[in-house]
Design a protein around this ligand. Structure first.
Ligand code: SF4
Length: 225
């Protein structure tokens, strides 16, 4: 049984290059201070279930390329794996937004995934300072390894608030990713709107990204989160 907080019927930005709908699953084990979906961190944010999602998808067959499972952290709910399988059977491509907190479940979902957007929140050893959870960097690193080994289409993205990550930490992230074989990295500037307001209303600009980082990737993008 999936617990879904909302469905965006049509988007061109949540899965670059695809026309997709997005199912926002309730619940997340981490507590990032810049979270723009913080109300989805709790299971009681759910208002819909699997029946609503698949009834919606049945009406969109042939009209949408795919469905993105987002959140919250979709893999908190193991049922997302079977939902991905069902969506694939209906002819939809399947995308996933994940923070990488559940590498084992991610491994089970891989056969049904066409594209993944993986958050990379900090250098692996500094993760706890952002997520508030010990060991989170190891989980995310294992998830990245699985995705790279599987060869699934992958975008890594890092949200940057100047009080949370220094330029040196951004450089460390970029070099670590490039050395692992990551080809796509997006820097997402912190946006205050939609957060709990716990962070200062400050942001970063494209010129803040050290010049030698973007050439490390085949695809690099600076975007407003
Ligand atoms: S992992 Fe994502 S959904 Fe969870 S708290 Fe962090 S930003 Fe929010």
């Amino acid at each position: 049984m999936l617990r879904i907080a909302g469905i965006t019927p049509f988007t061109t930005i949540d899965w670059p290059g695809k026309l997709a709908c997005v199912a926002f699953l309730a619940g997340c084990p981490w507590k990032c201070p810049y979270c723009q979906n913080h109300e989805l961190q709790h299971m009681d944010a759910a208002t819909q279930g699997e029946a609503e999602l698949f009834s919606f998808l049945a009406q969109r067959q042939g009209l949408l390329d795919g469905v993105v499972f987002s959140g919250g952290e979709p893999l908190l709910q193991e049922g997302v794996i079977d939902a991905a399988r069902r969506a694939r059977q209906m002819g939809f491509a399947v995308g996933l937004h994940t923070c990488g907190a559940y590498p084992q479940r991610l491994g089970k979902m891989l056969p049904f995934l066409d594209w993944v957007g993986l958050d990379v929140k900090a250098p692996w050893s500094d993760y706890d300072t952002i997520t508030g959870v010990a060991g989170s960097g190891e989980q995310a690193q294992r998830s990245l390894r699985l995705l790279l080994d599987a060869g699934v289409s992958l975008e890594t993205r890092t949200t940057w608030h100047p009080d949370l990550l220094t330029q040196d930490q951004m450089a460390k992230i970029a070099h670590d990713l490039a050395e692992c074989g990551v080809r796509t990295w997006a820097v997402q500037a912190y946006r205050h709107v939609g957060t709990t307001g716990i962070l200062a209303n400050e942001t970063v600009y494209p010129s803040d990204v050290p010049e030698d980082l973007s050439p490390l990737f085949e695809h690099y993008e600076f975007r407003r989160a």
